[in-house]
Ligand binder design. Structure first.
Ligand SMILES: [Zn+2]
Length: 369
């Protein structure tokens, strides 16, 4: 009986000690990585690394690989192998990576021996604890919504002459902010939250100064031919089609008309543009992906004519240092589309679709960081 007690005590003690505590060299609360016994070896669920080190974890079943990104560095594990690769170095965990019930388990020795070895400047193993530098979190946390035009600049004017782009996009932005903040764990800032004039330069400056992770400019279109309708999404480029150039000219007109004419255009056009273009080209692919997500969601929810994802040279996208897109929700110059754009049920569809587009982009983006 007494032996049994000691045995149970030992089991409890060894179980308690097997968990690994992580303390941070900052004010972050310590975390505990729980371990489980598999084949009489201590293992832990790989997703514990997401909690403790903000690691991004993805599996590649085709190559039988598991990728774990910690502190911006990639570790590659092979399923059913004890080896892991970091750059050109290989490490032996002595026990293999186990895949069980859709979960991945790594031997605890990875935490106690290999992590401090691989990330020697970030992590150390002291007194049976991991002491780690605070993890880097590159996920999307802050979004700037940019309702186009405002104040003295009405933007596109409705077929009825009664509705203005500046009013519709502000309404959409306010509703969208509410939905995103309630359901996506992000902070949403607006480049304007009332009917006021904001220059194009101020809009991107606002996004940059607030370290936004996404910049989304909201617009309605207009065309001299009233039969033209549909939804389109733009991301920045210097490459142009004639049609893109026409929309671009219209959206950029604000600089000419309201921001000091030719002088102001020149200011946007010189060195600042080259620098901004470089900053944006870094995000070109991401901007395209975000745009494609949004366009697909918008068109499938509204059944509006699909005008596609296009590149154009918008001033408002030039200066942003983050994935950025410009949405054209429809043509106010089209009688039917104007009616839809001011109806609250159609606006609801637009908001839901933009929400879905951003959510899906964020899910993929956060995984890749
Ligand atoms: Zn506009």
């Amino acid at each position: 009986m007494r032996k049994l007690f000691i045995f149970i005590l030992l089991v409890i003690v060894s179980f308690v000690f097997a968990d690994v505590t992580v303390e941070y060299k900052s004010s972050l609360t310590p975390e505990v990585i729980k371990t489980v016994e598999i084949d009489s070896t201590d293992y832990f669920n790989v997703f514990e690394l997401n909690k403790t080190f903000k690691a991004n974890i993805s599996d590649d079943l085709l190559d039988q690989r598991l990728n774990v990104n910690i502190y911006g560095e990639q570790l590659i594990f092979l399923i059913d192998s004890s080896y892991l690769q970091h750059g050109s170095d290989y490490f032996n965990m002595t026990h293999e990576l186990i895949q069980q019930g859709g979960k991945y388990f790594l031997p605890a020795i990875f935490l106690t021996d290999l992590l401090p070895q691989i990330f020697s400047t970030m992590i150390s193993w002291e007194e049976n604890k991991l002491i780690a530098r605070a993890p880097i979190d590159n996920s999307i946390k802050r979004i700037v919504l940019d309702p186009g035009h405002g104040g003295k600049d009405p933007g596109a004017v409705g077929f009825s002459k009664k509705n203005f782009e500046k009013e519709i996009v502000l309404e959409l932005a306010l509703k969208l902010k509410k939905k995103l903040e309630q359901q996506l764990d992000v902070e949403v800032l607006l480049s304007r939250d009332k009917d006021e004039f904001v220059s194009l330069q101020q809009r991107t400056k606002f996004a940059n100064e607030n370290n936004a992770d996404l910049f989304i400019s909201l617009h309605c279109n207009a065309h001299r031919k009233s039969e033209i309708d549909g939804i389109e999404v733009y991301y920045l480029s210097t490459a142009k089609t004639d049609e893109a150039r026409a929309v671009e000219a219209m959206e950029n007109q604000v600089v000419y008309e309201y921001e000091g004419g030719q002088e102001a255009v020149k200011k946007y056009d010189d060195l600042a543009f080259i620098l901004a273009d470089m900053a944006q080209s870094e995000h070109l692919e991401e901007s395209y992906n975000l745009g494609a997500n949004l366009q697909t969601a918008l068109v499938s929810a509204t059944e509006a004519y699909d005008r596609g994802v296009k590149q154009a040279n918008f001033y408002v996208l030039r200066g942003a240092f983050m994935p950025s897109v410009l949405l054209e929700f429809g043509f106010l110059s089209n009688k039917e589309e104007e009616k839809k754009l001011i109806s609250s049920s159609y606006q609801e569809k637009l908001i839901d679709s933009v929400f879905i587009g951003i959510r899906d982009f964020k899910m993929k983006y956060d995984q890749m960081q």
